[in-house]
Design a protein around this ligand. Structure first.
Ligand code: PEP
Ligand code: MG
Length: 325
């Protein structure tokens, strides 16, 4: 089986009738790029930069981050490297940031909220990202956006830093793509508006499920409600891909559901353009995509969206995928 998958290296992640999906890797450090390349990942769909900030006593300097981002993008040789800005808080703690304990950390002071509140601190990262963008195909992505104001403030900071760098005669990519995580119901509902202000969407199903179903993703007691097959979640995902297409931008998925085998036909059917996952899953998902027809997947998607329960949807998708023999 492993040898069979090895043979897929160097082939495309394309359906029988020619629909190609970019298969990308999720990483938490520059060194993880090697694993993505080993598994023949095309790009980096999610660089979780919070890991650069964790398990240490002070924040990484601009130079340190610059080197990490530059190295990563150089290794990817011109293929996209989507770097998500600091997503701390929620389940991820950093002592030196002195974030007061909260009753509901997932609904609290985290990610873009913290960054917009501590602009001077966040600016260090934006400078590092822009400087590194001179050396590769870096994309910037914001986590946990719920409102257009947040997005605009974040984009404003990027423009401000660009001005600074220009004045300092430091090189950067003037047209660096800027995108956002789609991981809150508010963002999903406003996707038509957001699609006019970013270059791409990346759907964070881990959080999107949590916030849509009002289920703490860390709480086993309610985990039966935490399902990527739930029609409420799937309607949001479809809305996001539809709004992206209508506005000429692309939408990908970088949460765990990107590598959920039974859901791949649905992702193909609704026109997801990129799937970013743990590198070990890349070849398996490529094999799955190559076994599909986009036209059949579209019909399947139509059927799935007439269904009303997670159970019904999961059954339908898992049966369709049963091997014939
Ligand atoms: C997500 O929420 O789906 C996601 C990819 O981000 P994280 O798991 O880091 O919150
Ligand atoms: Mg998330």
């Amino acid at each position: 089986k492993k040898r069979q998958l090895e043979k897929l290296k160097g082939t495309k992640s394309i359906t029988g009738d020619g629909y190609e999906i970019v298969l990308a890797g999720n990483i938490g450090a520059s060194k993880d790029v090697d694993r993505v390349l080993q598994q023949d990942g095309h790009s980096i769909g999610l660089f979780r930069t919070e890991f650069l900030y964790m398990n240490r006593t002070e924040a990484p300097t601009e130079e340190e981050q610059f080197i990490a981002y530059k190295e990563t993008s150089e290794k990817m040789q011109g293929n996209p490297v989507i770097i998500r800005t600091l997503d701390i808080g929620g389940d991820k703690e950093v002592d030196y940031l002195n974030i007061p304990k909260e009753e509901n950390p997932f609904l609290g002071y985290r990610a873009i909220r913290l960054c917009l509140d501590r602009i001077a601190f966040w600016k260090v990262q934006i400078r590092a990202l822009l400087r590194a963008s001179a050396y590769g195909n870096i994309h910037i992505m914001f986590p946990m956006i719920v409102s257009l104001d947040e997005l605009r403030q974040a984009k404003c900071l990027i423009e401000e830093v660009k001005d600074e760098l220009r004045n300092e005669k430091i090189a950067f990519n003037e047209s660096i793509p800027v995108g956002m995580m789609m991981e809150t119901p508010a963002a999903a509902l406003m996707a038509d508006v957001f699609a006019k202000e970013v270059d791409f969407f990346s759907i964070g199903t881990n959080d999107l499920i949590q916030y849509t179903m009002a289920v703490d993703r860390m709480n086993g007691k309610v985990s039966h409600l935490y399902s990527p097959y739930d029609p409420a979640v799937l309607r949001f995902i479809k809305r996001i891909t539809d709004c992206a297409r209508e506005n000429g931008i692309w939408a990908g998925i970088c949460g765990e559901a990107a590598a959920e085998k039974a859901l791949i036909p649905l992702w193909v059917g609704i026109g997801v353009k990129e799937l970013s996952m743990s590198p070990v899953s890349i070849l398996q998902i490529r094999e799955k995509i190559q076994s599909l027809s986009k036209m059949d997947c579209e019909k399947l998607a139509e059927k799935i969206f007439t269904m009303s329960t997670a159970r019904e949807i999961e059954d339908a998708l898992k049966n369709t995928n049963k091997p014939v023999s």
